[in-house]
Design a protein around this ligand. Structure first.
Ligand code: NAD
Length: 371
């Protein structure tokens, strides 16, 4: 595989070699936008549902990532995606035969975008097939499963990245930069509000086995993850309170609303709300010795809006998943280190906090967190 730049240079010199160029190179030639250096990451998406569809659309504007395969249990969806994205038959798999992807040189990585409870088994199978794994959040149903996924990818010598698209969002990164440069002084308090009103009671998000829990797994994880990159520390304790107004819809083990508080080594605290029963909750607020930061909306698909004590954040919106996939290509192929990590261990940290929050709701006591 060669870089897009190498490829363009080759075209300029001669077109004789064109029939022998790999599919990856063709992908480079078709990519739109500015020329990017480096190899193109050829990705198969597993799970052609709502978010998988969004990622595929966004990848059409990538310069370093290209959709080259699909894994799905629904043949009609595979056919639609094949014609829409020009995916050859030999790059299409189902949930039974996708281990065969190990023999497919047109696929470098599999992006797992299926219900949470399936991520562990699917990640381990992809790793054992020798392909890099990008896995959606939450990475698993609990920290133990997440750690098994990290270990499996390490043993197979493949990278494991978690779909934390917001870790590449420019306004978010500006606040992280200001915090790292000391422009806020000592951080004192973070508030993270993450929630929406969920519809269909039969969906997998309200099934304990497939979702691993309820709102906390799906949307509350944004407040957890946000508290860590906004404050810049790892929490050491948590207290939490659960409330449920609709026990028929939110069965045992499926949380509707949880408020939680996190304590950090510096003395900073976070106060967060995770819910499936209220709308317009997508807001981060950080207050510190010398200033403040506000993101509202903070983690939706954007545009993210924000301000600090220095004024409104004006960074232009870019489709999150496009930026994410180009950056992930650089992480996988060039060992690029993102400002806010997206590796498997980062995912395990969020899972440890989730485990501790659930324990705190059950016990009513403060729970220590050990990273
Ligand atoms: P979805 O229900 O729209 O799609 C899930 C897909 O998985 C469907 O195509 C479905 O057919 C397939 N699937 C395979 N096995 C299944 C099974 N046993 N039961 C149900 N579906 C099965 O869900 P989604 O919104 O695309 O979410 C998928 C994953 O992506 C979740 O982990 C979710 O948390 C994550 N997600 C992330 C973001 C983000 O912004 N990073 C946004 C939405 C969803």
């Amino acid at each position: 595989m060669t870089s897009r730049r190498d490829f363009l240079e080759k075209i300029a010199v001669s077109t004789i070699g064109l029939p022998f160029l790999s599919f990856a190179n063709t992908a480079c030639a078709e990519a739109e936008g500015p020329v990017a250096d480096g190899k193109v990451l050829r990705v198969a998406i597993m799970g052609l549902g709502g978010y998988g569809t969004r990622v595929a659309e966004a990848m059409q504007s990538c310069t370093r990532a290209k959709l080259t395969g699909v894994i799905s249990g629904t043949p009609s969806k595979i056919k639609d995606w094949q014609s829409k994205y020009n995916i050859p038959e030999k790059n299409c798999y189902n949930y039974e035969n996708f281990d065969n992807i190990k023999n497919n040189p047109d696929i470098d990585a599999v992006y797992i975008i299926t219900p949470n409870g399936l991520h562990k088994e699917q990640t381990i199978r992809v790793a054992n097939a020798g392909k890099h794994v990008i896995c959606e959040k939450p990475m698993a149903n609990n920290a133990r499963d997440g750690q098994e996924m990290v270990n499996a990818c390490k043993a197979a010598n493949v990278k494991l990245l978690i779909g934390y698209r917001i870790h590449f969002e420019p306004k978010t990164l500006e606040i992280v930069r200001m915090r790292m440069d000391g422009e806020f002084g000592k951080v004192k308090f973070f508030q993270g509000l993450s929630g929406f009103t969920i519809g269909d009671p039969k969906q997998w998000r309200l099934n304990k086995e497939l979702a691993g829990g309820g709102a906390l797994m799906d949307i509350g994880i944004y407040a957890i993850n946000g508290s860590r990159y906004m404050i810049g520390e790892e929490p050491i304790w948590v207290t939490a309170q659960e409330t449920k107004t609709d026990p028929a819809k939110f069965k045992d083990g499926v949380d509707e609303t949880i408020q939680f508080q996190l304590g950090f080594p510096s003395g900073a605290v976070a106060s967060c709300l995770s819910t499936y029963a209220m709308n317009n909750l997508d807001r981060f607020f950080l207050t510190a010795e010398k200033g403040y930061a506000l993101l509202y909306p903070s983690t939706g698909y954007g545009p993210i809006e924000g301000e600090t004590h220095k004024g409104k954040l004006m960074h232009p919106h870019k489709t999150h998943q496009t930026v994410q996939m180009d950056e992930m290509a650089a992480i996988i192929f060039d060992d690029k280190k993102p400002v806010v990590p997206v590796d498997g261990q980062e995912g395990v940290k969020d899972m440890k906090i989730i485990d501790a929050i659930y324990e705190a709701t059950r016990s009513g006591k403060s729970v220590d967190i050990r990273m």
